[in-house]
Design a protein. Structure first.
Length: 284
């Protein structure tokens, strides 16, 4: 029975649930999904773009319902993989670790996060600051935030502030030992200002009581914000004179970056040896 369970976890063709980030849509997966489907990996694209009044908890409940509906429609009862961009990772973690953490009824092999704000976002904190926020919002309007953006009225922005109750829930719940976590991030070690021009190639990071710009991030999410206990960060950086421009390594483009896609494909292709196996034990 144990061997059969392990074989099921390594079986090719299990569905991949794709969860987009904040202020985004399922179209961000239009380059990854065809690659997976060509490998007979069905893609279940979760769309939470219309849940504008829902915070983390509400969107996690919607994800649970979505996966349940897909299982009912397809008749598939086996394990799934989940790939998320940005805040989408927090949605998946809220469902799997908080709502389903003790019961573990949802069978998941891997959870892959692309630039996730696992520990909250300094940008969310800056947006919400009455003194600094308006300048940051003007700078990123049409790039990362919509016209007329009000951070205090946005439940997602408030949930992703580093000390928000939603972030505290995730920290308290902890990682599930039956899931293989993989975190893919990008950075700008060369300091190329074109990497994320609006911040001169840097990323704002919360350092104690203050925020500071660093090169260890993707323009919107710093590496320290993506880190999970005991999980190495899988770092992808621009290649000198490479075919992919530095700007395509920033947070906005992660789901469509061809080198990031290759990392996702490679991770999904590796066998998961057991349900409770220890993961990488080093931080980036």
């Amino acid at each position: 029975m144990e061997q059969n369970a392990r074989a099921a976890r390594c079986a090719p063709g299990c569905p991949v649930v794709l969860v987009h980030g904040w202020n985004s849509h399922p179209g961000v997966w239009n380059r990854l999904a065809p690659r997976l489907e060509a490998q007979s990996r069905p893609c279940w694209r979760f769309d939470h773009s219309r849940l504008v009044n829902h915070g983390l908890r509400g969107r996690a409940a919607a994800l649970a319902s979505f996966i349940g509906a897909e299982r009912d429609e397809t008749g598939y009862k086996g394990p799934i993989d989940i790939v998320c961009h940005s805040f989408g990772t927090c949605i998946a973690r809220e469902y799997l670790e908080v709502a389903d953490g003790e019961a573990r009824q949802e069978r998941v092999r891997r959870l892959i996060g692309l630039g996730p704000p696992n520990n909250g976002s300094a940008l969310a904190e800056l947006f919400s600051n009455p003194g600094q926020g308006p300048a940051f919002i003007r700078q990123l309007t049409g790039v990362f935030v919509p016209e007329g953006f009000d951070p205090l009225a946005d439940p997602i922005v408030q949930d992703v502030r580093p000390n928000a109750p939603a972030m505290q829930r995730l920290r308290s719940a902890g990682l599930r030992p039956d899931i293989f976590y993989h975190v893919i991030v990008t950075g700008n070690p060369a300091g190329d200002p074109g990497f994320f021009p609006w911040f001169g190639g840097r990323t704002w990071e919360k350092a104690g009581p203050v925020e500071q710009p660093v090169l260890e991030g993707d323009g919107c999410i710093a590496h320290s914000e993506s880190a999970l206990p005991g999980i190495s960060l899988d770092l992808v950086v621009p290649e000198p004179d490479g075919p992919v421009p530095p700007f395509h390594y920033c947070h906005i483009h992660l789901p469509r970056n061809p080198r990031v896609i290759e990392r996702v494909i490679s991770c999904l292709s590796d066998p998961v040896l057991s349900a409770e196996q220890p993961l990488c034990q080093e931080h980036f």
